[in-house]
Design a protein around this ligand. Structure first.
Ligand SMILES: C[S@@+](CC[C@H](N)C(=O)[O-])C[C@H]1O[C@@H](n2cnc3c(N)ncnc32)[C@H](O)[C@@H]1O
Length: 514
């Protein structure tokens, strides 16, 4: 797609409305065929609800009012504020009617009003901003979206994540004549209006191009029946997760990054573990605390805990538990004694594979047999050799697979064809899989077969290895099917010989950069 900056005539001359407010046409895309026009509207509504698609600086939008479901009184801002806003909006509409009429579009009508609050990712840098978003129907085949920020009076008071303008209009017109005449146009209302064509700052122009390109791409996507490949926020609501994540980030990120003693990238590790902690806290809240289990009665074990950051956050947040790893890490020393007491250098050799030979002797190592008190929540975050074992240990768990290993601890590629998939596998996993996809499906199938109701989440973490497989509930009722024992599974997988030797050997190797 080629996006052109405004064509000389008639597009680039500002259009004045009755109140002498000027709307500057900035970019236009010709040849848009979103038929019917609802394709454009569905795509734009999705972008209104998910402004993070347009900017990585934006975390989300909270909808304060939506005329399709709320009455004006339901609005989450004060009613007076809303009334004032309504007056302003009506005034804007009047102006807009004139604007659209000047583009030869008759009969503008408001189809839907939404007030959203845009929440930036870094709230120390930028404040949230409220904005009215109006879906306007301009007669057959035309539609517009008008964005009006609330309480922003100048470029200086505009948050970084929003273009420094007092209004944005995206206007789609289609005609029956020929496709080239179907246009998508973007107008800005500037803070310092000029009757002349003005040269916009580069950043404003680039943003306009991006907004228009996204609107175009998403409208085409809706028209072509695009479906999101990856579904997020299936297990835990996005807003609760994000609020907890932001709160943890504020309290722990800077300190952890500044005191990092490993040679690994602190930002990647810290933000990843903060996000996993936020997810677990919300998961536990939904599954345990809301059902009356006190927070400090939730007991966790992070198996293969590496640098221990996840354990640190969870302990500091008042949960009970510990982490262990075959190899102690330098980071453990930066944590308070309370946390250091919860980090152990131990090697897990599950009791289920103790019948295989253990030739290496114990070399003074401390072993864990994989028997945990009933109800202990097991965490396996990128825990390599342990990944396929965790669903077999009989306790609720969350596994985030990473490198692919067999029960023997050897590196292993699971079959990438579809026949071993669970019916519940996401649609994109019903095709031939990557090695990683096959590992994730293998863990899910193992968990299912030993009787867990398998839940899946694509975690919002800075890693491509972000699939979480969760088992909290046991299968029951209609969903019984065959339940395998862990021993059955081990036999089905060809045994676990060599596991103990392999993991003992780990203790004399330098940890990889995880
Ligand atoms: C890829 S690292 C991940 C560490 C950490 N969970 C993270 O995400 O940063 C895998 C860890 O699992 C540990 N590990 C593997 N097998 C183990 C076993 N049998 N017992 C204890 N730790 C083990 C390794 O020592 C390593 O630190």
């Amino acid at each position: 797609m080629v996006l052109t900056s405004s064509d000389p005539e008639p597009f680039n001359a500002p259009i004045a409305d009755t109140l002498n407010q000027l709307w500057h046409p900035v970019v236009q895309q010709n040849g848009c065929v979103f038929k019917p026009v609802e394709h454009f509207e569905v795509a734009m509504l999705n972008l209104i609800f998910h402004p993070n698609i347009n900017s990585t600086s934006i975390m989300r939008a909270d909808v304060l009012y939506d005329s399709s479901i709320d009455s004006p009184k339901d609005v989450a801002i004060s009613y007076e504020d809303y009334e004032t806003k309504e007056k302003e909006i009506c005034c804007e509409i009047e102006k807009l009617g004139i604007l659209l009429r000047s583009n030869r579009v008759e009969g503008v009508r408001i189809k839907r009003r939404i007030i959203r609050e845009i929440i930036p990712r870094n709230q120390d840098k930028d404040l949230p901003m409220r904005q009215s978003c109006l879906l306007l129907s301009g007669g057959a085949g035309s539609s517009s979206i008008l964005f009006l920020p609330h309480g922003i009076e100048s470029p200086e008071s505009t948050p970084y994540y929003h273009p420094a303008v007092s209004g944005i209009l995206l206007h789609y017109t289609s005609t029956r004549a020929h496709n080239d005449a179907n246009t998508l146009q973007l107008f800005y209302r500037l803070f310092s209006p000029s009757p002349e064509t003005v040269a916009l700052p580069n950043r404003l122009e680039r943003t306009a191009l991006r907004l228009l390109a996204t609107a175009y791409k998403h409208s085409l996507g809706v028209m072509n029946g695009y479906q999101k490949r990856v579904q997020h926020d299936v297990v835990i609501d996005k807003v609760s997760f994000q609020d907890t994540y932001v709160s943890l980030k504020r309290r722990y990120a800077r300190d952890l990054v500044s005191r990092w003693v490993e040679s690994t990238d602190p930002k990647k590790h810290v933000f990843e573990d903060l996000a996993i902690a936020a997810f677990l806290m919300e998961l536990w809240d939904a599954r345990y605390t809301e059902k009356g289990c006190a927070k400090n009665n939730i007991s966790f074990v992070d198996i293969g805990c590496g640098n221990g950051v996840l354990v640190y956050i969870l302990i500091m947040e008042g949960y009970t538990g510990y982490g262990f790893d075959a190899r102690r890490r330098k980071t453990w020393e930066i944590f308070p004694d309370l946390v250091q007491d919860c980090l152990r250098e131990e090697v897990l050799v599950p009791y289920l594979c103790l019948d295989t030979d253990m030739e290496t002797g114990n070399k003074g190592l401390i072993f864990h047999d994989g028997k945990f008190p009933e109800g202990t929540f097991l965490i396996g975050n990128h825990s390599d050799e342990l990944t396929p074992w965790i669903p077999l240990l009989g306790q609720p768990f969350m596994v985030i697979p990473c490198c692919s290993h067999a029960l023997s601890g050897a590196k292993y590629r699971y079959r990438t064809s579809i026949e071993l998939r669970l019916e519940s596998a996401p649609r994109h996993n019903q095709q031939k899989l990557s090695t990683y996809g096959a590992l994730v499906e293998h863990v899910a199938k193992t968990a299912h077969d030993v009787g867990w109701v398998v839940e899946r989440e694509m975690l919002r973490i800075p890693s491509t290895r972000n699939a979480a497989i969760i088992g909290v509930e046991r299968r029951s009722g209609d969903d019984m099917g065959r339940i395998w024992t862990a021993e059955d599974i081990i036999r089905r997988e060809g045994g676990a010989a060599g596991f103990s030797d392999r993991v003992v050997a780990l203790t004399s190797k330098k940890p990889r950069s995880h």
